[in-house]
Design a protein around this ligand. Structure first.
Ligand SMILES: [Zn+2]
Length: 167
């Protein structure tokens, strides 16, 4: 091997070594790039997962809310079904019939009261005939006697018996 050959050989080896270093550096760079891409992919997947999960949760919430609205609506309809309208107002005839019944009831009450007062006065007038103390007291409370006294009892007595005081 000549000196020139050796020199060429040396240059050749030097070139190859540089090329290897470059290839190695490129490989390293590519590896780093791949790692970065992997991280980016992972982050993108996480984002997609989070998005999908959020969508699912939102759809589920909407589904639940929708079901609650339906349930509420169903309850309202059921209440409406169970509701009975208030009684229709009375007709004029019904109202008059009611007033008539009330009137005759009041008449009966008034008549019973008049009879009670008359019986009470009957008893008082009988007692008055023999109880002189009672007679003075009763006469003082019923001026003019049953024929002229304006109190409720004497009036009822006159209306029922037509007056006429026993003496
Ligand atoms: Zn009287």
């Amino acid at each position: 091997m000549t000196k020139t050959d050796l020199h060429k050989r040396r240059e050749q080896l030097g070139r190859e070594q540089r090329e290897l270093a470059i290839a190695e550096a490129r490989q390293r760079a590519e590896g780093e790039l791949a790692a970065i891409r992997r991280d980016e992919h992972a982050a993108a997947l996480d984002k997609i997962d989070a998005y999908v999960q959020e969508q699912n949760e939102r759809e589920y919430r909407e589904f639940v809310a929708g079901r609650e609205r339906l349930e509420q609506r169903r309850r309202e309809l059921a209440e409406l079904d169970a509701w009975t309208p208030p009684r229709a107002p009375m007709t004029r005839a019904e109202a008059q019939a009611g007033l008539g019944e009330l009137g005759s009831y009041l008449d009966r009450v008034e008549m019973a009261e008049r009879e009670r007062l008359t019986r009470q006065t009957d008893a008082a007038l009988s007692r008055r005939l023999h109880d002189w103390t009672f007679r003075r007291s009763w006469d003082a409370r019923h001026p003019g006697g049953v024929d002229r006294c304006g109190c409720e009892s004497c009036t009822a007595y006159r209306e029922t018996r037509g007056g006429g005081m026993p003496v």
